[in-house]
Design a protein around this ligand. Structure first.
Ligand code: 5AD
Ligand code: SF4
Length: 440
């Protein structure tokens, strides 16, 4: 075993990666390693990578390069690189050539073999490069959970959509759903411990859950079955696709107190011409129709979205249409990204790429609009009573609680149990911070 040995995992990108790092940590813990945040003190450093935008990739490559002097000081250090970036065509070779001190390289599909890779490397000290092309669903992967009272649960892997800007389908493969019973068993095992109060279901496109399983299971049915488990908890999920978010899902959310009323529904653009070139398979009208349905059935809904600005050929009018859509929907929060060409995706080959300074201008303009709207939305929360989770006790004895949508509220004059649910009346907003009191 590896008593006194330590590992440091550096995680980049989305929640899927955060959760997969919990699986990587599971293999290391199983072998007796313990966690450290300090690369200098680590015996194993793992880079769990992302390649959604070039900026992510550049940052990661820089950080891998920075390990060279650490490895020089500690030649026994094991350096592993895995995740979406390594899964890209030719990238594993590039990493091996550029960073000869990297010992183990694997991709997204064979994370379940990380334990074997570690054992093999420790025995042979021979470099390992193993990129699997087939999606493998392995139910027997150990996990070392690091996300507090939130338990991540994968419900499906991969994506079939091939939005023209997106590299995900190339590095994560086609959609594969886990069996409903395996998911429910995992959720129940988490809830039984009493430690997990929020269960977040993960998939690139959760609304198409079950389509590949052949039976009559749907995402709506899965949500309902999980909500019926007899514990006090909330269910969150991400990410939804506007073309697949069906009425039955909206109804289940509306009817069920245990299902979060925060919906992340990425629209990407407010222009039909751009949506078409993105291969999103819906129009602005369809999207707004879904939004209106959601708002009428779930009046207290909190909506968030992703946007890409500066997609090839995006005109000033297209961009203004996006700004108008943001104003029309009134999001509680948005993520806005400058389009980043990804090798091998159709949009990278398109004519009329937009210059960087223009993309920069547009992204800042969009974020400025959103800032105003979300400030107004936060103001509108004053006077509301919201069911919140007690997140932590602050140094001054007050509590930090979180609303369903993740907003933090400071609460004083109370004795609260950490990680329990409480009803809070929101009293005021000072310097962008909400304050509230407990109501019974
Ligand atoms: N450039 C910029 N943003 C991208 N996203 C996906 N691919 C790209 C790209 N090539 C954004 C989308 C997606 C989010 C996770 O990342 O908005 O919803
Ligand atoms: Fe990428 Fe589109 Fe799939 Fe989302 S739905 S992961 S943006 S291809």
């Amino acid at each position: 075993m590896n008593e006194n040995k330590k590992y440091c995992i550096l995680t980049y990108g989305c929640q899927m990666n955060v959760h997969e790092s919990e699986k990587l940590a599971g293999f290391l813990q199983e072998r007796g390693y313990t966690e450290t945040q300090e690369q200098n003190q680590a015996d194993v450093i793992v880079f769990n990578t992302c390649c959604i935008r070039k900026s992510a990739e550049e940052k990661i490559l820089g950080n891998i390069g920075a390990v060279k002097p650490i490895k020089k000081k500690n030649p026994n250090l094991i350096v592993a690189v895995c995740g979406c970036m390594s899964q890209q065509t030719d990238m594993a070779d590039y990493i091996q050539k550029t960073f000869p001190f990297v010992n183990i390289i694997f991709g997204t599909h064979n994370l379940n073999k990380f334990g074997n890779f570690l054992d093999e490397y420790e025995q042979t000290h021979k470099k390992i490069k193993d990129i699997e092309q087939q999606v493998i669903v392995d139910e027997n992967v150990p996990m070392y959970r690091t996300s507090g009272y939130n338990g991540w649960v994968n419900i499906m892997y991969g994506c079939n959509n091939f939005c023209t800007y997106c590299i995900v389908p190339y590095v994560r493969g086609r959609e594969v759903s886990r069996r409903p019973q395996d998911i429910i068993d995992e959720v129940e095992s988490l809830l039984k411990t009493g430690k997990y109060k929020i269960i977040t279901l993960l998939g690139q496109n959760v609304n198409s859950y079950g389509k590949d399983l052949g039976g009559d299971i749907t995402f709506a049915k899965l949500l309902k079955q999980i909500a019926e488990l007899p514990y006090e908890f909330k269910i969150k999920f991400m990410t939804s696709h506007p073309k697949d978010l069906t009425d039955d899902v909206i109804d289940v959310i509306a009817e069920n107190d245990k299902i979060s009323k925060t919906i992340h529904l990425p629209v990407q653009s407010g222009s039909n011409a751009i949506l078409k070139k993105m291969n999103r398979n819906y129009t602005v009208e369809h999207y707004l129709n879904v939004i209106d349905k959601i708002k009428s059935k779930i009046p207290n809904v909190s909506l968030t979205s992703d946007f890409i600005v500066g997609f090839p050929s995006e005109t000033q009018e297209d961009f203004e249409a996006t700004c108008n859509l943001v104003k029309r929907v009134g999001y509680n929060g948005i993520f806005a990204f400058m389009y980043s060409p990804r090798p091998g995706t159709p949009a990278a080959q398109m004519q009329d790429q937009i210059p960087l300074d223009e993309k920069n201008k547009r992204v800042n303009a969009l974020l400025a609009i959103e800032k105003q709207i979300s400030h107004q939305k936060t103001n509108e929360m004053i006077g509301n009573i919201e069911n919140c989770i007690v997140d932590k006790v602050l140094d001054d004895g007050n509590y930090l609680v979180k609303t369903d949508s993740g907003k933090t509220i400071i609460v004083g004059n109370a004795i609260l149990e950490p990680y329990s649910f409480v009803n809070i009346k929101i009293d005021k907003l000072i310097d962008n911070q909400l304050y509230g009191t407990v109501v019974n």
